[in-house]
Design a protein around this ligand. Structure first.
Ligand code: TRP
Length: 430
């Protein structure tokens, strides 16, 4: 059984590089194959708008990152793989969360504070060039996570504070409106390497020292030949410590291969030769993935379809959950909540099951409370008799049947109201 929900997003603001692959894509694809986790991976394109003001780049990056995940073995049938902006419930939840988030909490977010500190140092207005989008970044991210009640969120260290904020925001909401959200935790992969870039500093787009993951072979080779080394001549023993070349090799090679390169360093391997070894080792892992990637990138419509199918899966959760949250915060239809039962006729108010057919051709039922409020909503059934059987069972067994029928129901009302309504039926029929 899948007990843990894991969720993570990648901002669609650039071209995936080796550091993204080793630090995020490769471990995540491996983790997604574990039977006991239910994984959600998404392209954070709303987040991209915060940093990127170039529409074509956002679109291109979305395509490249989606193709990268798929080429690296993410199986969209086994995980929920979607694009953030295909889920309109996310911005709606962002607003609900915004209204329970302290402004002071956001003032302390690292990314925002860094901008303010920079402005202060330059004697500028503290908020010069800072958009409200940057300020709100952590709330949007909290909505991503809380919408799917993720337990674990694999992220880099720089994102830990955001996960802590998501927890705080979830706790504030739960405190005010009832237990709706799971409190998420950051999952930091301790043993995953941070890759050095061409200049030896951490590989990062902001240092302009990256090696694109799917650079064509000859470009990959050229970039590797340009990795910074010291000036030791061929034959002179070389140190593996602090060698970017060595660390890159290690991230791809087995323990034996790594040990072999270490002794070659001690024996004075020429830098050119070591670079050639790195190139070959890297290309061995990447070439088969690159082939798939190059094919996928030629077929954007196919990726678009995959993302749309993922969005449908995600919205099967997000839509009913958001309906429940709307109800919880008081965004409710007026006629049902405010019409006193007595004005509806002479009959005493009682809960009721309503069965109906939807446009999709399937048969559904819902349970309405004594005042017409929506308490339960079923999934679709192919034949009406199956829907009726579930209704009968709920009426006979009352709240005790809820757990066994959980996969066929979405609870939209307060748990206490749902139980009370079901008890009404079971006591009537007893
Ligand atoms: N902020 C993350 C990053 O830049 C991307 C992201 C957006 C994310 N929403 C998320 C990661 C939700 C995890 C969960 O890396």
């Amino acid at each position: 059984m899948k007990t843990q929900r894991v969720l993570t997003g990648i901002t669609t603001s650039g071209t995936p590089h080796l550091g993204n692959y080793v630090g995020a894509v490769r471990p995540t694809v491996r983790a997604s194959r574990l039977a006991e986790v239910e994984s959600f991976y998404f392209l954070a394109d709303y987040h991209a708008l915060i940093k990127v003001g170039e529409p074509a780049r956002v679109q291109r990056s979305t395509l490249e990152i989606a193709a990268t995940w798929l080429a690296c073995g993410l199986d969209p049938d086994k995980v929920t793989f979607y694009r953030q902006s295909d889920i309109p419930e996310i911005p709606e939840l962002t607003w609900f969360l915004t209204c329970v988030t302290g402004k002071g909490v956001l003032n302390r977010a690292h990314a925002y504070k860094a901008s303010v500190d920079k402005n202060n140092a330059a004697n500028e207005d503290p908020d010069a060039g800072v958009t409200a989008g940057l300020f709100m970044y952590p709330v949007l991210m909290a909505a991503d996570i809380l919408m799917f009640n993720a337990h674990q969120v694999p992220v880099g260290r720089d994102q830990i504070q955001h996960i802590e904020m998501a927890r705080d925001i979830a706790a504030s909401f739960n405190h005010l409106y009832g237990e709706h959200f799971t409190l998420p935790e950051a999952a930091i992969e301790e043993h995953v390497a941070t890759l050095p870039g061409l200049d030896g500093r951490k590989m990062s787009k902001s240092y302009d020292n990256t090696i694109p993951l799917f650079a064509p072979r000859d470009q990959l080779k050229k970039l590797i030949m340009g990795i910074v080394t010291d000036s030791r001549a061929p034959g002179e023993p070389k140190s593996t410590e602090g060698s970017a070349l060595f660390q890159l090799y290690q991230a791809f090679a087995s323990a034996d291969e790594t040990a072999a390169l270490a002794s070659a360093y001690a024996d004075g391997i020429a830098w050119g030769e070591a670079k050639q070894a790195l190139f070959e080792r890297l290309d061995r892992e990447i070439a088969p993935l690159r082939m798939v990637y190059d094919e996928l990138i030629q077929e954007p419509e196919r990726i678009e379809r995959t993302l749309k199918a993922g969005a449908e899966k995600a919205r099967a959760i997000a839509t009913p959950f958001t309906a429940r949250l709307r109800h919880a915060v008081g965004l409710r239809p007026l006629q049902v909540a405010t019409t006193p039962a007595a004005t509806k006729g002479s009959k005493t108010a009682a809960p009721a099951f309503k069965q109906y057919r939807e446009h999709d051709g399937l048969f559904y039922f819902k349970l309405m409370g004594a005042h017409g409020e929506l308490l339960l909503q079923s999934t679709g059934f192919a034949v009406p008799r199956d829907a009726a059987q579930v209704v009968t069972r709920l009426q006979r067994e009352g709240p005790a049947a809820l757990e066994a029928l959980a996969t066929q129901l979405t609870i939209l009302g307060e748990a206490g109201d749902v139980r009370a309504a079901l008890r009404w039926f079971s006591e009537r029929d007893a």
